[in-house]
Write a protein that binds this ligand. Structure first.
Ligand code: KG4
Ligand code: ZN
Length: 343
């Protein structure tokens, strides 16, 4: 079976072709980061318009790379939600219209399920069951994953997501959008132990997170400094911020492994690209006899490959693809709604 995957939930247009037997054949991606940078964040209307411009050329690119034609496609998977309503509508309308024209069914996919399953695209994939730490711009969740569609929420952020905290703190330090990766680079040159920032909910006893207080602590630190901020202050503060957030993410992930008795941790979402987080998780897990799996770096952030994969795996697991034509997007869509059970 050949599945076309379409991702358009935020500021990346992703198209991919996934073959159930041969794996990922090709994927093509356009990031809108440069376009939104001018405004300091994603402008939803501009995002939607850009998705419209990108989908067809990206589809041609992916088909060319995979050496396939439209006639080879068996079903079209696309991100139904969660995400920006207008941006989702572009990908969804494109996918449904294409499937209707090809007389093929569609597979609406939950964006977070795509992230969750993205490590399965790597050469050494994890096997079920595993604990998943999902750390993206919009979500921070720990889940017990026992199979396709079997996701049990263990804990989540009560306010800001980890990626959001990275981006907001980066902005406070004067870094351009999207600041997460830039803040992380800056932290590499910062000195440890110069600034002390809180570790929110580190000892809360549960698996929930809270990051808005950390961002406020960065704001307070910035306000105490002479302006404009010096380069060394920015680097030291970035280091302090990253150390605080990484410590909390690692402690809660290890606690989730302990609590569930599972030995495998999967990290997905954009913050999963963070090198310090990876190093700390690897070291912590090794001590406990556990192993950590990451998606390939190119599949950490939004992409079409994870959507094609999720659609394909759902289909193989028994989900019935829907006839093309009628559709609705789900800008707010709890992952629990697509979960068949936790144990
Ligand atoms: O998964 P993703 O592409 O988008 C959502 O679905 O939200 O994640 C994007 C988030 C952004 O907040 C970005 O700043 C963050 O991932 N991010 C990073 C790094 N690379 C991307 N955060 C920390 N360190 C990084 N290296
Ligand atoms: Zn995402």
């Amino acid at each position: 079976m050949l599945i076309l995957g379409v991702e358009s939930s935020c500021d990346e247009t992703g198209i991919a072709l996934y073959d159930s037997a041969a794996g990922l054949l090709a994927h093509a991606l356009h990031s809108q980061v440069a376009m939104h940078a001018e405004y300091g964040g994603v402008v939803p209307e501009l995002a939607s318009r850009d998705h419209i411009r990108r989908t067809v050329p990206l589809l041609r690119e992916a088909l060319g790379r995979a050496n396939r034609t439209l006639a080879d496609i068996d079903a079209v998977a696309y991100t139904r939600g969660p995400g920006l309503a207008g941006a989702l509508l572009v990908g969804c309308a494109f996918a449904e219209a294409l499937a209707l024209a090809l007389d093929k069914p569609t597979l609406p996919v939950h964006h977070l399920e795509g992230h969750l399953l993205s490590p399965l695209l790597s050469a050494t994939p994890p096997a079920f069951p595993f604990v998943a730490l999902l750390v993206s711009g919009g979500h921070t969740q720990l889940m017990r994953v026992t199979g396709i569609g079997r996701y049990e929420l263990l804990g989540e952020t009560l306010d800001d997501a980890a990626g959001e905290a990275f981006d907001k703190s980066a902005k406070l330090l004067g870094l351009p959008y999207p600041g997460g990766a830039l803040l992380s680079q800056l932290a590499d040159s910062g000195r440890p132990g110069i600034h002390e920032l809180p570790r929110p909910m580190l000892h809360s006893g549960d698996l929930d997170f809270s990051f808005s207080g950390l961002k406020t602590a960065v704001l307070t630190l910035v306000r105490e400094q002479p302006q404009p901020l010096s380069a060394s202050f920015k680097a030291d503060a970035a280091r302090a911020f990253q150390e605080a957030i990484v410590e909390v993410l690692v402690a809660k992930s290890l606690k989730a492994l302990r609590q569930t008795g599972l030995k495998q941790l999967v990290v997905a979402g954009g913050v999963g690209a963070n090198r310090q987080l990876r190093a700390a998780l690897d070291a912590g897990a090794r001590k406990k006899g556990c192993r950590v799996f990451y998606p390939e770096l190119e599949f950490c952030t939004d992409n079409g490959a994870m959507i094609a994969l999720a659609g394909c795996l759902r289909w193989q697991a028994g989900a019935t693809p829907k006839p093309a034509g009628a559709f609705a997007v789900a800008p707010r869509w709890p992952l629990a709604e697509i979960s068949g059970g936790g144990q």
